[in-house]
Write a protein that binds this ligand. Structure first.
Ligand code: NAD
Ligand code: AKB
Length: 318
């Protein structure tokens, strides 16, 4: 199979936390019919991705990806299918197979079908020996298998660009906070669960210690950063294009709980760390996004206060 591709967009892992918001944003831009949502599972019937085309697709099926792209006239893939850190550490082999194998499949399809690719990385690329305020060029020695798959994903994207000219780009997302779809089993899930628990139960048992501080971002900012990167001219992007640090927030679990307590009367939070504490401790507290800022001029709109307001408003009205 070979040939040029069209204007349509395909999203893998579209039913997940990011896909749910990204598909909606892409459909607002390109029209419902031009954005093909795909996932390995069926929707539960409540997802916003149902407002347009949806196809069951396993990202390990390279031929299937190429076939859909050829038949439907796809020109760009947003590759979101993956296992996140907590789920991934429970089954490292599967995590490697899906995260690395899926990225190879997508890049192979991109090579054959001449696709532009967005393939996200994560702050999980950093390990305990990276500075706590992690710079773009900081050493990458993750201690989670999930983090290793993300380092490999960045290397693969660079390799396919260098060897085959595949225009692959990515952001090292921090923990993303949103309300339209539940998080998929990561270490930063507490920063989403806490809002639902606050409004439903008035109480949350947080699985990391209060002083745990991680880079975070509200989903609207993450989507905006993603689309800004994908809109940028290729020749403006430097050697970090497969995994940009971006400017983001940094707050502790206790600061988040306090910000919610100020708005939800009677809310209480206990801190009972589990194995995910170890993963959180291996990641930076904050990241330096100055390379992204200077190459494609992006910075977030939401701070902790406006993020908390938006989350409480969004959950209450959905
Ligand atoms: P998610 O777990 O919410 O969604 C992933 C989706 O992939 C799920 O709907 C799942 O059904 C699907 N999937 C799993 N295996 C598949 C397969 N073999 N074929 C096709 N689909 C499959 O994840 P997310 O939070 O939306 O993350 C998307 C991407 O962003 C991932 O690469 C993740 O590592 C990265 N990321 C996310 C965050 C975050 O906080 N959400 C932070 C950093 C990086
Ligand atoms: C996770 O916690 O696994 C993700 C991530 C930061 O990559 N949210």
């Amino acid at each position: 199979m070979s040939g040029t591709t069209g204007d349509k967009v395909l999203v893998t892992g579209a039913l997940g936390q990011i896909g749910t918001d990204l598909v909606q944003a892409l459909r607002e831009r390109h029209g419902n019919e031009s954005v093909i949502a795909t996932d390995i599972r069926e929707s539960d019937g409540h997802s916003s991705v149902e407002g347009g085309p949806f196809i069951i697709l396993d990202v390990l099926d390279t031929d299937g990806i190429s076939r859909i792209c050829q038949n439907e006239g796809v020109g760009t893939i947003y590759h979101l299918a993956a296992l996140l850190s907590a789920v991934g550490e429970r089954d490292p082999d599967l995590c490697r197979r899906i995260n690395v194998g899926g990225t190879i499949s997508v890049l192979e399809a991109a090579k054959v079908c001449n696709l532009k690719v967005y393939s996200p990385s994560s702050i999980a690329v950093f390990g305990p020996d990276s500075p706590k305020h992690a710079t773009q060029g900081a050493v990458l020695n993750p201690t989670t298998v999930y983090g290793e798959t993300k380092v490999t994903g960045e290397a693969l994207a660079r390799e396919y660009l260098g060897r085959f000219g595949v225009d692959a780009r990515g952001i090292r997302y921090p923990g993303l906070i949103s309300y339209k779809a539940p998080p998929g089993g990561g270490t930063t899930d507490y920063a989403v669960e806490i809002f639902h628990a606050a409004l439903k139960e008035g109480h949350y048992e947080c699985f990391v210690r209060p002083e745990t501080r991680l880079p975070m971002l509200y989903m609207d900012d993450a989507i905006d950063a993603t689309l800004t990167l994908m809109d940028s001219r290729g020749d403006s992007l430097g050697e970090s294009r497969a995994g940009y640090n971006i400017p983001c927030l940094s707050f502790s679990a206790e600061e988040l709980a306090n910000a919610i307590s100020e708005r939800v009367e009677g809310f209480t939070c206990d801190f009972v760390p589990d194995v995910r504490q170890e993963y959180a401790d291996s990641w930076p507290d904050s990241i330096d996004g100055s390379v992204a800022e200077s190459e494609w001029f992006w910075s977030p709109d939401f701070d902790l206060s406006s993020l908390v307001d938006e989350m409480l408003r969004g959950i209450s009205s959905s």
